[in-house]
Design a protein around this ligand. Structure first.
Ligand SMILES: Nc1nc2c(ncn2[C@@H]2O[C@H](COP(=O)(O)OP(=O)(O)OP(=O)(O)O)[C@@H](O)[C@H]2O)c(=O)[nH]1
Ligand SMILES: [Mg+2]
Length: 422
């Protein structure tokens, strides 16, 4: 019998049972399932406890966490990095964006991690930059764990990143199963086929393809979801992407991370789901998004509340995009001032702007980095960001100066390698 795979989450106990549904309510531990099935040439290794260290591991463990824009990749990577750091492991993180000035890089560095940025194009189109960055970061001390966050509008990463790392890259890496985060706000609309999904069918195509190539799916933000919503989303994933175990997590609270760590320790025949993908549709989906990265300096005579300033800015931008009928994929801003860091995010047009990292700081100057990924023409996006930043400054008696601004549509993806066979 081919089991339908899944992870049971006990809301009562608030715990995960990693298991594969065998059809009659029986669950096997993931390690037991893998031991009974073809798992490839590698030996199976599983720890039932997130805190255990695998002493047999010699090559750096490469963990890539995928998922759509604003799904929770950076939050998950930060939490995993903290976990591995607490085990005494040496960690490096690689972030990725279509342009420089990435909020995520600053956010993860503010947590004390060693972070390298692949900027200018995605990992798949800049594979050598990914490996160069890993090597450079590992020059002083060999990493035990490499955490990589790809661009949230990217897919086909198994064929263009994981398999080339496994088969071509000269340095041996120990590649973890590939987990992709499902973003509930857009996922519920896209997977249920509701008309107002927010994005075009081409962008929805990317969202689906990301899940299709996953070894397992992370249903994130369970801290905000009702039990019914969790069940509904899990069912949608299981129906549409068979044999992808679904782990329910909250990257915010850490709920479910023990199960995630256990999954990430599995060894076997992972990273093999090479997509059958239409690059025309993929390129059109990416090009639907206006992309903006900019830097802004703030100066005031009197101290102002940095957290409040950023939330006000995002609320105003949200209103602007609503008026333009443009869906937000992710709008994020980091404010930095004398050792204080504030991060504010808006993950969809229907959400509220939130502070993912409040600083509580009263400041008279700050540097901001704004990253916006919105389904709007990039010129209009830039105009609206410029004018909204200025207005927010004027009303709060803060002088603003935009020092760098890039806005564009992502270009057609042209992978360095694409390994579809075998
Ligand atoms: N409530 C809640 N918020 C979350 C959770 N995970 C992430 N977030 C928030 O969602 C927003 C986006 O999270 P990120 O980790 O930046 O998402 P991302 O996938 O890295 O986004 P991009 O890099 O832009 O694609 C932030 O405000 C996070 O604090 C979660 O489990 N629960
Ligand atoms: Mg991120």
């Amino acid at each position: 019998m081919v089991p339908s795979t899944g992870l049971a989450y006990s809301l009562e106990k608030g715990q995960f049972t990693i298991g594969m549904a065998m059809g009659a309510g029986t669950f096997l531990l993931a390690s037991e399932y893998l031991a009974q099935h073809e798992t490839g040439p590698d030996t199976l290794s599983s720890s039932s406890n997130c805190r255990e260290t695998n002493k047999m591991q010699t090559n750096p463990r490469f963990i890539m966490i995928g998922g759509f824009l604003g799904a929770g990749k950076t939050t998950t990577v930060g939490r995993l990095a903290n976990h591995y750091r607490s085990q005494g492991k040496n960690i490096i993180i690689v972030t990725n964006d279509q342009a420089s000035d990435l909020v995520d890089t600053h956010t993860l560095r503010s947590q004390g991690f060693q972070v390298g940025e692949v900027a200018g194009s995605c990992f798949c189109c800049n594979f050598n930059e990914l490996t160069d960055t890993v090597e450079k970061l590992g020059e002083d001390q060999r990493p035990d764990v490499i955490l990589a966050e790809p661009v949230g509008s990217c897919t086909d990463l198994v064929a263009t990143v994981i398999r080339p790392l496994q088969d071509i890259y000269s340095q041996p890496l120990d590649i973890a199963p590939y987990g992709v985060i499902l973003k509930p706000s857009h996922g519920a609309r896209i997977l249920s086929g509701k008309k107002r999904g927010g994005f075009s069918p081409q962008a929805n195509y990317i969202f689906r393809k990301q899940l299709e190539e996953a070894d397992f799916v992370l249903l994130n933000r369970i801290d905000e979801l009702s039990e019914e919503e969790v069940t509904e989303l899990t069912t949608l994933i299981e129906e549409q992407f068979e044999e992808r175990p679904v782990l329910r997590i909250s990257a915010k609270t850490g709920d479910g991370f023990e199960g995630l760590c256990t999954w990430l320790e599995q060894r076997g025949h992972f990273g093999q789901r090479v997509l059958d993908i239409d690059y025309e549709v993929y390129a059109a989906g990416e090009a639907e998004l206006g992309w903006l990265n900019c830097q802004v300096g703030l100066v005031a005579d009197k101290p102002f509340d940095l957290d409040q300033w950023l939330v006000t800015l995002l609320k105003r931008l949200q209103d602007e995009f609503d008026q333009a009928g443009a869906e937000t994929a992710h709008l994020k801003v980091i404010g930095m001032s004398e050792g204080f860091y504030t991060v504010a995010n808006l993950v969809s047009s229907g959400s509220e702007p939130t502070l993912s990292l409040p600083s509580g700081a009263q400041v008279t100057q700050a540097q901001l980095v704004i990253n916006a990924r919105v389904a709007i023409d990039p010129e209009r996006l830039a105009d609206r960001v410029r004018s909204t930043v200025q207005q927010t400054g004027q009303q709060g008696n803060v002088a603003v100066a935009i020092s760098a601004l890039q806005s564009f549509r992502p270009g057609r993806p042209v992978p360095t390698h694409r390994m579809a066979d075998g």
